[in-house]
Write a protein that binds this ligand. Structure first.
Ligand code: GRF
Length: 201
């Protein structure tokens, strides 16, 4: 049984999509062992509790990154997670954190990387005037929004779009893409050469 750890800071819709996929058997042989939020008021952590999951708040505000990261890593290790999914976790992981779980941390970003890394990616893409955007699930490395890409999903930008409608359509794809990426990683039937992940079946 694969043991997943989820890190979030806010709404938690990607976390809910992952939890629903596990419950529906779309991600077989997996369970969420712990959900950690760095913000007590994150709606996602309340949902985790409602669902009876192991939910933990480790506040980050005003604390040195390394100290906070040590606490989060300790909780993840205690729960013996073998995959960590960042789901709207608004903290940069320290290099030390990343090295504790090599190729075991995934992130979702609401653009087609390497375009528009960082905050408000959908707004950046919309303002730039791209005709296609989307989302990316990637391994986390020591650079922001940077590691090898697992799944990307393209979303057209329509003439009638606003930042909000585009963001909403990207989010729908995020929920599908994250499940797909977790399956790919848990099945383990791939090789990574340089930055390129390809199936080996
Ligand atoms: C998503 O758009 C995700 O791509 C980005 O932060 C947002 C989190 O949304 N990293 P939610 O908390 O999963 O609803």
């Amino acid at each position: 049984m694969h043991s997943l750890g989820i890190l979030l800071s806010g709404r938690g819709s990607n976390f809910v999509a992952i939890a629903d996929s596990i419950d529906a058997g779309r991600i077989p042989d997996a369970r969420i062992s712990i959900v950690i939020s760095n913000r007590a008021e994150a709606p996602g952590i309340a949902i985790a509790r409602e669902r009876g999951l192991n939910a933990l708040v480790i506040p980050s505000k005003g604390r040195p990154r390394e100290e906070h990261d040590h606490e989060v890593v300790a909780a993840l290790k205690q729960n013996q997670v073998d995959l960590i999914c960042l789901a709207g976790y608004m903290r940069l992981l320290s290099p030390w954190f990343v090295r504790q779980f090599p190729r075991k941390i995934l992130n979702i970003h609401p653009s087609l990387l390497p375009a528009f890394p960082g905050l408000e990616a959908q707004e950046q893409a919309f303002a730039y005037g791209v005709k296609v955007s989307g989302c990316t699930v990637h391994f986390v490395d020591e650079e922001l929004d940077h590691g090898p890409i697992i799944v990307q999903s393209a979303v057209p930008v329509l003439d009638g779009d606003s930042e909000h409608t585009l963001t909403a359509r990207i989010l729908e794809q995020e929920h599908i893409a994250y499940t797909e990426a977790i399956k790919v990683v848990l099945e383990g039937e791939f090789v990574i050469t340089g930055r390129r992940l390809v199936g080996n079946t």
